[in-house]
Every structure is written in structure tokens, then in C-alpha cells.
Design a protein around this ligand. Sequence first.
Ligand code: HEC
Length: 140
Amino acid sequence: MITRHRHLLISMFLLGVIGLCFGCSDGGDTPFATTTPISAVTSNIETDTEKPGVQINDVSNGENQFTGLGCSACHSTGSDKIIGPGLSGIKSKGDDYIRESITNPAAIIVEGFQDLMPKGFTNLKQADLDDLVGYLNSLN
Ligand code: HEC
């Protein structure tokens, strides 16, 4: 009996097809034994497929955020001043500085400017903020 069960478990793992497991329980063997391996297999699949793509910044979404959130009303992407400084070359100040400038603009005030940047960007979705930083890093 024990070897028969092993055969069933092994074939389930190899083929991984739920339909086959119905076949197994039709055969009259322990149906409850089928639940554990199936959930183990599906949870592996989920984590494997979620890994790629997590850290990739979508620069074109960042650009849409830049105009959609109104950043472009105060900031040029070159070196011209509008209400805020032009953001060309901002990459040289580093990701952490850029992030803080957006989410906590009062923390550092750029010399020659006033604390006029809106304070509401703290609520930006993490992914949109990442994309926005990615876009700003692309400005030469
Ligand atoms: C109402 C005008 C206004 C809007 C809208 C605005 N900013 Fe600003 N921003 C400023 C001003 C003024 C400064 C300079 C004062 C300071 O450092 O807070 C500044 C500073 C910055 C800096 C630091 C620049 C440097 O040279 O160190 C960054 C980065 C920045 N803003 C990004 C953004 C982004 C991204 C958005 C949109 C999510 C945005 N700003 C929206 C006015 C604005």
C-alpha cells in the first residue's frame, strides 16, 4: 500500500495536472493526501512568476506622473527656472535626495528658492514614486 501511495504522489508532482488528481481519487485512494502537494506546487509558481519585473522603473509612467501631477508647471526638464529649479542633471544629487525633495519638500530648500512646493506628494503610490524618480534620473 505504501509504495502505491508513493507512486500516486510522484506522478502528481511530475505531471502537475489537477485533472489527473481527480483520476487518483476515483481510484479509491486517500483523497485528502492530494491537497498538500497541489498547494505547494501552485505557491511555488506564484512566487516564481512575481520575481521578475519588481524593480524595473517605468520611465514613461514617470513622465506621465511628472505632467499629470503638475510638476511640469513649476519645473522645466532643462535648466530654466520656472517657480522651482530646472531639473536637468538632478540625477547627480542621488535617489534619496530626489525622493525626499518630492515627499518632504520642506526638509531641504534649494538656495535662491522659496518653500513653495506642494506637500501632498507624500501620498504617492510607491510604484509611481519609483517611476517618477526613474524619469528624473533620465534628465540630462
Ligand atoms: C508649485 C510649484 C511646484 C510644484 C507643483 C512642484 N514643485 Fe518641486 N520644487 C518647487 C520649488 C519652489 C522648489 C525649490 C524649493 C525646495 O527645495 O523645496 C522645488 C524643488 C524640487 C526638487 C529639488 C530640486 C533641486 O535642484 O535640488 C525636486 C527634485 C522637485 N522639486 C521635484 C518635483 C516633482 C517631482 C514634482 C511633482 C511631483 C514637483 N517638484 C512639484 C516647486 C514646485
